[in-house]
Each structure stands twice: as structure tokens, then as C-alpha cells.
Design a binder for this molecule. Structure first.
Ligand code: PMP
Length: 274
């Protein structure tokens, strides 16, 4: 495996970032996961735009899109695989211990791992912790993901692949690594960005392509909705057929199945949608 670290390709064994990197010591970093099909990244422009918004949110220096595009291409060339996940990590860089950022400039790492197509259906659980839609990090894709790690472990313990959060006012927000959609009376709804959810790229594309609406949704909608589905870079559109142990079927419902089809067709037709 060859990956990109601060200006060049390295073998993974020789790839070095300081142990005092601010991303390592205090989680001062942002990231993107980009799907790559046969060496071709999907929606890289939208991912780079979100990376820049996250950088602005944390006050990190402006990411250089040309450099990151070049790094992604180099890493993809060096590691051919049918289906990969590019991981772009951008942190505050080498820093003295403490919360202040150092002056050496940011760290950029671009790595690639193999991944597999996700099944069409999955199970989810709700968790008792809340997303703070008013917090400084709300909606930013930072490397402070420990809360998601804990919630996802809870999901795995219960045989599910995703954990769904409410926000501080009890409304449906998002999953640990996905956005959530519900079908009510044939119409598709997803929580608004004000719920504290990440501005998922799959969420935006799926909402535009299916005509989904942004709606404030109480948590119990998960048990009232005719269908529930998740969206993310690695899941695309994935039906949720069991929530908190309650089964609603074994196959995607008709609205979700149509959303899956539309997403696949549109994504295949345009690998760099805007
Ligand atoms: N919410 C969170 C917390 C995530 O980590 C992700 C995955 N990036 C998503 C939603 C889905 O976003 P996307 O469609 O851009 O992968």
C-alpha cells in the first residue's frame, strides 16, 4: 500500500506523521471518505468543497484542491483495486501539547483501502446519546469521531450496522456514518441540516434526484414510517428493514427501491456531479 503524506507518495511502513500532530493529540482535524470505482473517484468535487467548509469551520488553512486531486490520483494509480475508499485526512499539524495549534502548517494524508458493495438492506438501532445541533462542530466532518465509534459498537452488539441519533430537542438527526430518510404517505423526508446532521453528499444527491423534502422529524417517525433508508458514500442508498429489533420486511420497500435505482443510474451517468 502506497499513500500520500505531506507532499509525496510513501510505502505505508515509511509513512510518518508526528506523534505530536494536533490531529493525534486533540482530534484537531477533518476528513473525507470518497468512493473510487476502478480508480475513478465519485463526486470528488463535492467532497473537496465539503472539506473546505469543514476547514473553515475549524479555522484550518485553506485546503489546496489541486494538490489533493493530484494526491488522490497518485494513490489510486499506485494501488489498483475495483472498489476503494479514499480517505483524505487534513489536520492542524505538528503542535506543542495543548489546545493551541502549532505554526508548522497542516498535515495532509491521502490513503486508500479496499471496500465492498453494501447489501441492499440492513438493520439499525437508536442510541440514547444526542447530537448537539448547536455545538461548534455541528455539521462539520471532523476527525473527532469517538462518539460515533461508541454508538456504532452498540449497533454491532445488537446485530445492526448503524446507530441513529436524535438531537438535543429529540428530533431525528443522522447515523454514525450516514444520513437517514423516511417515507411517509409515499413522500420522502430527511432531517434538515439544522438538525445537526452532516451535509452528506449522498443525502444531497439522493434528495435532489428523488424530490425528497427536508422535514423536522420526531424520533418515533422511525416506527411510523412506511420505509426508512440510509445514505452514505459507502452505502449509497440502503434500506433499513429492522429498527431496534422490530422487523418491517426483508426487501427494500417500493419507494426505497426506486430511490436506489435512480441513485445508481444517475451516479453511473455522472461520476463528478455538482
Ligand atoms: N453523517 C455522518 C456522521 C457521516 O460520517 C457520514 C459519512 N461521511 C454521513 C452522514 C454521510 O455522508 P456522505 O453521503 O457524504 O458519505
Amino acid at each position: 500500500m502506497r499513500l500520500w503524506v505531506n507532499g509525496g507518495l510513501r510505502d505505508v511502513e515509511d509513512a510518518r506523521v508526528s506523534v505530536l500532530d494536533h490531529g493525534m493529540t486533540v482530534g484537531d482535524g477533518i476528513f473525507e471518505t470518497v468512493k473510487a470505482v476502478h480508480g475513478r473517484p465519485f463526486a470528488l468535487t463535492l467532497h473537496l468543497e465539503r472539506l473546505t467548509r469543514s476547514a473553515h469551520g475549524l479555522g484550518l488553512p485553506e485546503p489546496d484542491h489541486d494538490e489533493i486531486r493530484h494526491a488522490c490520483a497518485a494513490v489510486l494509480d499506485a494501488n489498483p483495486m475495483p472498489l476503494g475508499r479514499l480517505r483524505i485526512t487534513y489536520t492542524g499539524g505538528l503542535s506543542p501539547l495543548g489546545s493551541d495549534r502549532g505554526t508548522d502548517g497542516p498535515t495532509l494524508v491521502v490513503a486508500l483501502g479496499a471496500t465492498a458493495e453494501r447489501p441492499d438492506t440492513t438493520a439499525a438501532v437508536t442510541v440514547p446519546w444526542t447530537r448537539n445541533e448547536r455545538g461548534a462542530l455541528a455539521g462539520l466532518k471532523t476527525t473527532s469521531y469517538a462518539e460515533n465509534v461508541v454508538a456504532l459498537a452498540r449497533a454491532h452488539e445488537q446485530g445492526a450496522s448503524e446507530a441513529l441519533f436524535a438531537n438535543t430537542v429529540g428530533q431525528l438527526c443522522e447515523g454514525t456514518g450516514s444520513n437517514v430518510f423516511v417515507v411517509l404517505d409515499g413522500e420522502i423526508h430527511t432531517p434538515p441540516l439544522a438538525s445537526g446532521c452532516l451535509a452528506g453528499i449522498t443525502r444531497a444527491l439522493a434528495a435532489e434526484w428523488t424530490g425528497a423534502r427536508e422535514t423536522d422529524l420526531p424520533m418515533d417517525v422511525l416506527h411510523r414510517a412506511q420505509e426508512v433508508f440510509l445514505t452514505s458514500t459507502l452505502r449509497d442508498v440502503q434500506a433499513v428493514v429492522r429498527i431496534d429489533g422490530r422487523e418491517s420486511g426483508t426487501a427494500p420497500g417500493p419507494v426505497t427501491a426506486k430511490a436506489m435505482r435512480i441513485f445508481r443510474e444517475r451516479a453511473a451517468a455522472d461520476p463528478d456531479p455538482r
